[in-house]
Design a protein around this ligand. Sequence first.
Ligand code: GLN
Length: 465
Amino acid sequence: KKCLNRIKKTQHLNAFITVTEELSLKQAQQSEIRLSQGVPKGPLDGIPFAVKDNFCTENVKTTCASRMLKDYTPPYNATVVQKLLDQGAVLMGKTNMDEFAMGSGSIDGTFGPVKNPWSYAAPYRAHTAASPDSDWVVTGGSSGGSAAAVASLTSYLALGSDTGGSTRNPGSLCGVVALKPSYGLLSRHGLIPLVNSMDVPGIITRSVNDVATVLGVLQGLDIRDSTTVPAPTSLTDLPEDFDVKNICVGIPKEYHAPGLSEETLAQWSRVADLFERAGARVEQVSLPHTQYSIVCYHVLCCAEVASNMARFDGLEYGHRSNIDKSTEVMYASTRHEGFNDVVRGRILSGNYFLLKQNYQHYFVKAQKVRRLIADDFRRAFASGVDVLLTPTTLTDAARYHAFTQEDNRTRCAEEDVFTQPANLAGLPAVSVPVALSRRGLPIGLQLVGPALEDKKLLCVARWIE
Ligand code: GLN
């Protein structure tokens, strides 16, 4: 009830697309009975959670923040949602996002932009004289609603999706912990796809220990997703005696990227020094193909988008245009009306990259570059590095007006410079809040680990938390 009240009080943030009040109260009541009888279903029994609106939820609208799916109600739960419900966790609602998870600001969905809760907090208010309603900062994206839901204390955990940074980026800008697990560790069944070869469900919480608990519940094989792998460890609690003396932290030199703010750079150095003082080995490493990652990501992303979005034709489900002169005209006007220009732009680019005469030049080339990027990481880890320490974002959260003034798509692509390589390589990565900027907004740092070493990654993350 407290969480539902908080949702009402924080409505101005626009973090939720659907609030499942009736269902939440019913689930909470059942949980209360179990807890009073001392028979909880699992470690998350009674814990309120929020879900990004691109995960299917049985009998609860799942819109992807798009006109195309604005009235779509799936008949089943995504595996990760079902696993949380099986533990007795209580669904609070579905969170706002960029349309079909394409974006880095959570400003592009059909239900309007998400406001960062830190826009209303004392440190930022002390910094700016303007009213919060005209001077608010973005949450980052595309899982901005999920990050805002956790940061504004309406849920203890939230599911996001992470294809190029969409969980870590808003996690960092909203001052919460955000994990992108290893590719394949969590099932994608019921997650409406953006880029199948990179998508992973992400976990957003207030602490690293909480992420570990949720990961323990969600990880593992799913017969409904053939890309899942068995969980390498049972991952109950993180060990209390983990010692950073025994680890080697790599600092990738290519991540000193243009646009990195002085403050974020200072935090990055400060935490690297902390590791060194605690007895860890801190070494500079090189990931030489980093500079190609954004363009490589965008070719592959658009190609997969072009193919994924073909299912939205106005026939089986979703929006259907009234113009029905012919089947072709109906398809075209349905897709024109249903998708925003970001989505349509990616479909067009993707189909261009996949044309017979372009396929080798763009798609196949990007696949090769992707391998080179993954090999950079493999080499770094093989040389003895346990985790990489990097910034998560270039700067703290931008003001909405500034964010939308610049060429949004360029800005959007640049935002992901530190996060996308881990998706291209399928590696686990976590963003942890480490400080407030001079403007009173959160700054996060990212740790990246070898595939399926999510547990070790979280042990290190807890140390810097
Ligand atoms: N910003 C990236 C994009 O627009 C990442 C999106 C994501 O991770 N879902 O594609």
